[in-house]
Design a binder for this molecule. Structure first.
Ligand SMILES: Cc1cc2nc3c(=O)[nH]c(=O)nc-3n(C[C@H](O)[C@H](O)[C@H](O)COP(=O)(O)OP(=O)(O)OC[C@H]3O[C@@H](n4cnc5c(N)ncnc54)[C@H](O)[C@@H]3O)c2cc1C
Length: 390
């Protein structure tokens, strides 16, 4: 960086620049810094101001497991296993508690059709070697007494966890700032400088440049329309809109103790009494409107699952854009441009996959051996020279 351009006169020129300060960019900066790489973060808005601020914060590799997602499961499990150390490293530097909990989840069938579907999901989890316990209605209601009386069956997934993404983001920012890692906000990256083919700088809105021999693109749903990236490495990321509703109850008398899910909705309790109800899934481009229909559907389904939610205070609703990819796997790793890395496309699992992604990127940048499951996330699988597509 031309130091005078950014006002960071006392900072050394960074070796790596991370574009995007959502959960993925901040986590990458954290692990790069911990690995000894000089790093700066740039965000066009503020840290955690986009999709990360909307996420429910489920860390649910097993509860959210779907058919045909063995590679994703391997990454999700690895990341879930890395969460305690990741959180502890941040808490040591931020002077607060991030609120990570392994509370488990209960997934419920509300009628006989749903019970058939849930049985298939239960069998899939067992086949993939994961812990899943089939519960009759009475047992499910013993564990979570607020569940709808007429439920047809349930499964318990004991290993899943939760974190509040907004608390985690603030803690990461505090930890990075305490380590004097520069975070530039309100500055969009608009160009990529190259020298002899490899990355040399990023250009910011307004004309400033930051020198960098490594650039990590963590721009979430925007990554797919980042005009500043060369065409052949711009990732095929598309926005998938999701709406969530936030309710509030008495923290001393929470309506549920862990994640609750049905076929159409999930509920995530926060320690301060809030309850997050998620989520819609809509292919509407970059539309971020909160709609009456979205809120209505979520509240109706939440009430079918946990009838007392209708008594809770309504705090509001949010919409965010999941960075979706053609194969539902993220893009983590180098591109055809030397020095340019992608850390994007995390779709439904960006909060869960933050530690795994960050460690993988730090390992690749420093030349350490990389974690085996990350091979399936290699961005070059979509580049023309690899896939053979024009
Ligand atoms: C309703 C909903 C519920 C979800 N629930 C969960 C969940 O329970 N568990 C889970 O694991 N995941 C969940 N997700 C998914 C998760 O939120 C995302 O995968 C994750 O937040 C993506 O993080 P990110 O850092 O890649 O993107 P973002 O948080 O969107 O951050 C990208 C950042 O890049 C910046 N940026 C973009 N372009 C530029 C540029 N040119 N220059 C500078 N900065 C730029 C933006 O300002 C933004 O801050 C959910 C998503 C939604 C929508």
């Amino acid at each position: 960086m031309n130091r005078t351009d950014t006002g960071q006169d006392d900072q050394p020129a960074p070796g790596a620049v991370v574009v995007g300060a959502g959960i993925i960019g901040l986590a990458c900066a954290w692990e790069l810094h911990r690995a000894g790489v000089p790093v700066a973060v740039v965000d066009r808005a503020g840290p955690g101001s986009e999709t990360t601020a909307v996420a429910a914060g489920m860390l649910a590799p097993v509860g959210e497991l779907d058919f045909g997602e063995a590679d994703l499961l391997a990454m999700n499990l690895r990341s879930a296993g890395q969460y305690p150390e990741f959180v502890a490293s941040i808490e040591r530097c931020c002077g607060g508690v991030v609120g990570y909990r392994r509370c488990g989840g209960i997934h419920v069938a509300l009628d006989r059709d749903e019970a058939g579907e849930l049985k298939r999901s239960h069998e899939l989890k067992l086949r993939m070697g994961q812990a899943s316990e089939w519960l009759g209605p009475a047992t499910a209601r013993e564990i979570e007494p607020g569940l709808a009386p007429g439920l047809a069956g349930a499964i318990r997934v004991p290993g899943d966890g939760v974190v509040d993404p907004r608390v985690l983001t603030s803690a990461l920012v505090e930890a990075l700032e305490s380590e004097r890692v520069p975070i530039l906000t309100g500055r969009a990256v608009e160009s990529l400088g190259r020298s002899g083919g490899r990355v040399a700088a990023v250009g910011l809105e307004g004309g400033a440049e930051i020198e960098a021999d490594v650039v990590v693109v963590a721009a979430g749903a925007e990554s797919g329309r980042a005009e500043w990236l060369p065409d052949d490495v711009r990732p095929p990321v598309r926005p998938v809109k999701g709406q969530v509703v936030e309710l509030k109850g008495d923290p001393e008398r929470p309506l549920c103790s862990g994640i609750l899910g049905s076929e159409r909705v999930y509920l995530v309790p926060r320690p301060d009494g809030r309850l997050i109800v998620g989520a819609t899934s809509e292919e509407l481009g970059f539309d971020r409107t909160v709609t009456a229909g979205g809120v209505y559907d979520l509240l109706r389904e939440a009430g079918r699952l946990l009838p007392d939610v209708v008594e809770l205070e309504y705090l509001g609703a949010r919409a965010g854009l999941r960075p979706g990819t053609p194969d539902n796997l993220p893009l983590i790793g180098p591109t055809a441009v030397p020095g340019l890395y992608l850390a994007t496309g995390h779709y439904r699992n960006g909060i869960l996959l933050a530690p795994f992604t960050a460690r993988a990127i730090a390992g690749m940048v420093t030349g350490e051996t990389t974690d085996e499951p990350v091979a399936a996330a290699d961005p070059r699988r979509f580049e023309p020279s690899v896939s053979g597509t024009p």
